[in-house]
Ligand binder design. Sequence first.
Ligand code: SF4
Ligand code: SF4
Length: 378
Amino acid sequence: MKPDNRIVCVTKCDEYSIEKIKISLEKLLNPLGGIKKFISKNDKVLIKPNMLSAHPPEKGVTTHPFFLQALIELILSVGGKPYIADSPAMPNFKSIIKRTRIKEISEKLGIPLKEISESVEVKNPHGFFKKIELGKDIFEVDKIINLARLKTHNLMILTLGIKNIFGVIPGRKKAEWHLKAGFNRILFAQLLLEIYYLVKPHLTIVDGIISMEGNGPSSGDLRHTGLLFAGVDAISVDRVISHAIGLNDRLFILKAAQKYNHLPKKFSEIQLKGIKSLDEIKIQNFELPSDIEKIAPSLSLPQAIARKFISKPKVLDRNCTLCGSCIEVCPVSAMHKSDKTVYIDYNKCVGCFCCQEICSFNAIRIKKSFLSTLLSKI
Ligand code: SF4
Ligand code: SF4
């Protein structure tokens, strides 16, 4: 790993005010040489935000439009040509960009906003997954900036820099990948890493001004954490956040990174900039998704056994509008609806939580498995 890749910058930022974020971003990127180190005049820059589903900014699910505006203005200030691109799992891009107010920012600043829909097959001879279809857009730009949020994730524990890049897999193809990984979280983490290595964003920024705890990435509780993180290497960025939360190297992504020898042996090999030590930014009692998986080393068990450990989605009828999005996104067709409710066939469910991610009505909760409940008490 190049020495620069071991630098992770951290700075504080209290609120979603465009001016404050701009100042904080400048401060954040200073130790890396500032935005000019990454963006040259006329560079076409793809900003990959988090456009998971159709939620307003105050829900903390998607990239905050003011954060996007601040970053765009920074890129424009050095002559870059930014555009915003992402690929939500469902074909509802129009309603997502409207509800998240990202469309408003794009129109106000005259910046293109595009759904990643076309894909190209990329060979991955050294990886576990030998071919991966990635969004074509990422190969048509000079630079990629990965703009993630700090949130919990029922499948991966946290969604940070590496997980954000999964969005470059076009639309529903994401669900197919969930199916390939099945119950095995480490295998899915490995896929995420392989995608990350193929995409190689030039810079990763994680917005932790308001973070999401608990039932993330779309139905958790918001918590003011007031922090921004950045680095060239998203694995190091994610590692710093995982350590700040107290999860240390137990994040599945980091376990998969160990396989690649990508993790420096000691955390102390990461150079923290902007803070004197990790103690300054410790996030106490951060509520993780309530499940044994968060401490399980791997769920590469036979399916019948793994099924007993994993948490399951549960539909909350009083919130459900019967919109059917979860049914469409489920990779194993485990969901069906009547005129009153949505049913889940737990014998088919692989616990990918795509249904929970996609639900815009907070109607999918997580039901702990019996074994998971039992083991978490030991
Ligand atoms: S659970 Fe959510 S996504 Fe599924 S039908 Fe109900 S409201 Fe729609
Ligand atoms: S029911 Fe939900 S968690 Fe289960 S496989 Fe379908 S989308 Fe994934």
